[in-house]
Design a protein around this ligand. Structure first.
Ligand SMILES: Cc1cc2nc3c(=O)[nH]c(=O)nc-3n(C[C@H](O)[C@H](O)[C@H](O)COP(=O)(O)OP(=O)(O)OC[C@H]3O[C@@H](n4cnc5c(N)ncnc54)[C@H](O)[C@@H]3O)c2cc1C
Length: 437
């Protein structure tokens, strides 16, 4: 019996575990085990909305244990920190509760096929102070922590104004490092959220303070991985919303009061978000497999690591050749993660039936950038026609929303996705426009 262990239940790993569980779980052909360091799943492309309080964690998360039971796979809450390829085991860190009492011990979990799906984190490039003084948007915990600090910043400023005190230069200023999709989407959501927050209970702040968001980008244009037309359009939308965009600017240091640029300029900021680049967990480069400078495991076109045919990757942690693509490797995107999960699930079943596996070909359906409640901009169908169609407005927003609905559908099935979306519609009528606590 095959023991397929999937490490990481994100956009790629969870979809794979569910697909395999539905087809092979509960049979005597294969056992499927999903490991994740968290108890709940939250879809990463929604993190900026969680960070600004425009969606709530409760109505968008899913319990791994419940999904495991419904879809015939097993789940174990554990953080993997090593792999012994000779013994074919993954090593798991001990887990403790908030009082320091051990929940689960260090252990080794055997596999016959191992799928690494642990995603990536933002890359601070070793910039001084970035770790200590900036937030990242790598997990739902990061997003929730940022949202609390955002509300606290308003409360603090409001109390100071009411006491007649002068605000510090950095107060109510936010700096976002990196103008890729994450940085740009966050900036736009934040410009909505900050004004909504001010209007809710912080009238003094609304009247007397200048709320400022600055996006800092090292290259000469924002969204440098997307077509130039999209980058220009988004730039002008951000400008209209009062977001300041600094291009060709390198951050050299982050401190409690803001950040310094290589030009010597200092940008005051109470909250700094680091959203530049990606990097994968360092243990990946210590397991004797070929990795790149981002610690991504290099794979062949069948998502199999070079050097160990029993170890596969799906999602951001793999560096996969893009067959006939405009770039040598597939970019780290949710749509690639989902396509890989579908491919590997089909491949494992074919292999178990003794069939030869086919290479995986990424289809780029285009990129959409959500700029808050009302605008979405992007390009579509680049993969089908080799031509990108520019997209904006309601249709673009619809397509963006559909990307998440497809994920929800893969995870929960049609009926539950429908019910959940109807209930969210009702719930949204009973709550404030953004989270205020
Ligand atoms: C704010 C933001 C917005 C984005 N917007 C878009 C978008 O609009 N469109 C798009 O295509 N892409 C977008 N992306 C990128 C997209 O989210 C990722 O490409 C995608 O989530 C990658 O999927 P994954 O399964 O590889 O990793 P993830 O979805 O990050 O999942 C990784 C999982 O592994 C778990 N894990 C990590 N380390 C360990 C460990 N050592 N042991 C056990 N478990 C572990 C984590 O808890 C997590 O559940 C966005 C990313 C961010 C941060």
């Amino acid at each position: 019996m095959e023991k397929i262990v999937i490490v990481g239940g994100g956009a790629a790993g969870l979809e794979l575990a569910i697909k395999l569980g539905r087809k092979l779980g509960g049979t005597d052909i294969a056992e499927i085990l999903l490991l994740d360091k968290e108890r709940i799943h939250f879809w990463k492309p929604h993190l900026h909305e969680l960070a600004t309080g425009s969606i709530s964690l409760d109505s968008h998360c899913a319990d791994y244990l419940s999904l495991a039971r419904e879809n015939n796979f097993s789940f174990y809450e554990a953080e993997v920190n090593g792999i012994d390829r000779e013994k074919k085991v993954v090593r798991v860190k001990p887990n403790f509760d908030e009082n320091g009492r051990e929940l689960t011990p260090t252990c080794e979990i055997p596999y016959s096929k191992l799928v690494l799906a642990i995603g990536s984190k933002s890359n601070d490039f070793g910039v001084f102070g970035a770790k200590e003084f900036s937030f990242s948007l790598d997990s739902f915990n990061d997003a929730v922590s940022f949202q609390k600090n955002l509300v606290n910043a308003f409360l603090r400023a409001s109390a100071m104004i009411n006491q007649g005190k002068k605000l510090g230069e950095e107060q109510l200023k936010i700096a976002i490092v990196g103008a890729g999709a994450t940085g740009v989407e966050l900036a736009s959501e934040l410009s909505n959220a900050m004004h909504t927050l001010a209007a809710y209970g912080y009238k003094a702040v609304e009247k007397q303070c200048e709320l400022q968001i600055t996006v800092i980008e090292a290259s000469e244009r924002i969204l440098k991985n997307l077509p130039e037309g999209i980058s220009e359009k988004v730039n002008s939308i951000l400008r209209k919303r009062g977001v300041k965009v600094l291009k060709n600017s390198n951050v050299t240091r982050v401190s409690e009061k803001g950040l310094s640029l290589s030009t010597g300029e200092f940008i005051p900021a109470e909250l700094v978000v680091w959203a530049a680049g990606i990097k994968c967990a360092s243990f990946l480069s210590g397991i004797g497999l070929e990795t790149n400078e981002l610690n991504q495991i290099i794979t062949n076109t069948k998502l199999q690591s070079i050097g160990d045919k029993n170890i596969y990757t799906v999602g951001d942690c793999g560096c996969v050749p893009w067959i006939d693509g405009p770039l040598p490797f597939v970019p780290p995107r949710a749509q690639a993660a989902s396509q890989q999960a579908k491919y590997l699930s089909d491949q494992f079943q074919s292999e178990l039936n003794g069939k030869e596996s086919k290479p995986w070909r990424y289809i780029d359906f285009g990129s959409l950038v959500s700029l808050g409640r009302y605008s979405t901009v992007g390009s579509l169908m680049a993969g089908f026609s080799n031509k990108a169609f520019f997209l904006e407005g309601v249709f673009a927003k619809f397509m963006y929303v559909m990307l998440y609905k497809m994920h929800e559908y893969s995870v929960r099935g049609f009926f539950k996705t429908l019910l959940l979306n109807i209930s969210r519609g009702f719930f949204s009528q009973t709550k404030s426009r953004i989270k205020l606590h």
